[in-house]
Ligand binder design. Sequence first.
Ligand code: ZN
Length: 114
Amino acid sequence: MVKSFPATGDGVKTRRAAKEEASTLVKLLTESAVALSHTDVDMAKQQAALARRVKLRFNVRLDPSLRGFTCRGCKGLLVPGVNARVRLGHGKTTILRVTCADCGHVNRKIVKRP
Ligand SMILES: [Zn+2]
């Protein structure tokens, strides 16, 4: 069966609006989860999981400033001081190592190159 999309552009516009709405919702949910993580970790994790579901459903990206709050290993919420340990490594390059307390994955981020 061939799925038809209206050629009028009406459907496209609606989908774009839904995507924009989803994008703001994901941003709000993630910000809320980070703020809430200091008091209620379980609720914050639920919010982060919901944000991820919305993100995948509508194929939207998370705001770059909030990308650091997601673990690359377990895709869960990652908040330094709550469920993450931050260490700074000085070698040839300066690397920020954020270790997830939930799955143990080390999220590395290059801070400064020589
Ligand atoms: Zn993790």
